[in-house]
Design a protein around this ligand. Structure first.
Ligand SMILES: NC(=O)c1ccc[n+]([C@@H]2O[C@H](COP(=O)([O-])OP(=O)(O)OC[C@H]3O[C@@H](n4cnc5c(N)ncnc54)[C@H](O)[C@@H]3O)[C@@H](O)[C@H]2O)c1
Length: 263
């Protein structure tokens, strides 16, 4: 059985992250990353591609996706994670190309913020459909392969907001809380097939964070014990670890990669 090894030459100086070059060897692995056109998803896809994996980069923003995939030699797959037919077509394409799926990263996300009394059905459904629905649809579609291989890794992306709530984000909080329950349940269901299912809870400087008003963003940064938002590559470090053999005995866990905000 292929072993995915850990190599690290990360350098940390004076408490400041000088160089993040942690790598794992995913040579020949078949990896699906959703929401991979930018932000956290692009960092995750880049990390796997750099480590030798064939990375299927799923996003519904075709233009941004194609540029990103060309940069890292990934396979761009335009699809909407909230659409069952799209998800099943992606999985069929991956299996036709590689014959197996080693890692699934459910990362795609959107925001449609509004206080609950003004929140429309459309904005509720859209956010639940992408975050929770996409995570469900991809996990379900990959499960026959995981079971046949008797091996697999699923890493979902949740949020601190799913545990603590946030004004204007009842749809997002409900979706992210749902992902935690989904992660723990599928971890139990799939363990017997050699599959681990975990989640990360990020806090990274991406376009999603850039959409937060500056005053609120400054407040949020001040409340982070480590005093800053992370670079998205720091999320990729955690995902690569959870996908590696070093994490073979870890399942059903939500790993905060959030500078301590959730302490
Ligand atoms: N950035 C943070 O601090 C933070 C904090 C907590 C959780 N998260 C979560 O991390 C994930 C990535 O966040 P990000 O900050 O990189 O966001 P982002 O907006 O930069 O990227 C999200 C990507 O998902 C894609 N996407 C959205 N809907 C899609 C759909 N229906 N089908 C396919 N692709 C779709 C977008 O096109 C985009 O490329 C999200 O799930 C988000 O909720 C981020």
């Amino acid at each position: 059985m292929r072993r995915w090894r850990y190599r690290s030459n990360r350098t940390v100086g004076g408490g400041i992250l000088m160089k993040a070059s942690t790598t794992f060897d995913f040579d020949g692995a078949s990896v699906i990353v959703t929401g991979a056109a930018r932000g956290v998803g692009l960092s995750i896809a880049t990390r796997f591609a750099t480590a030798g994996a064939q990375v299927f980069m799923v996003d519904f923003d075709r233009e941004e996706l194609e540029g990103a995939a060309a940069d890292i030699d990934g396979v761009p797959v335009t699809a909407d994670v909230s659409c069952t037919a799209d998800v099943e077509a992606v999985v069929a394409q991956v299996l036709e190309s590689c014959g197996r799926i080693d890692v699934l990263v459910n990362n795609a996300g959107i925001l449609r913020d509004q206080v609950v009394w003004k929140l429309s059905d459309a904005d509720w459904d859209a956010v639940l459909g992408v975050h929770l629905g996409g995570t469900f649809r991809f996990t379900r579609a990959c499960t026959p392969s995981f079971r046949a291989q008797n091996r697999g890794r699923v890493i979902n992306v949740t949020s601190y907001t799913g545990l603590r709530g946030n004004i204007g984000q009842s749809n997002y909080a409900a979706a992210k809380a749902g992902i935690i329950g989904f992660t723990k349940t599928t971890a139990k269901e799939l363990a017997r097939f050699g599959v681990t299912v975990n989640a990360i809870s990020p806090n990274a400087e991406t376009r999603m964070v850039a959409s937060i008003p500056d005053a609120r963003k400054a407040e949020l940064a001040a409340a982070i014990p480590l005093g800053r938002f992370a670079h998205p590559d720091e999320m990729a470090d955690a995902v690569a670890f959870l996908a590696s053999d070093s994490a073979a005995y870890i399942t059903g866990v939500v790993l905060p990669v959030d500078g301590g905000i959730s302490i």
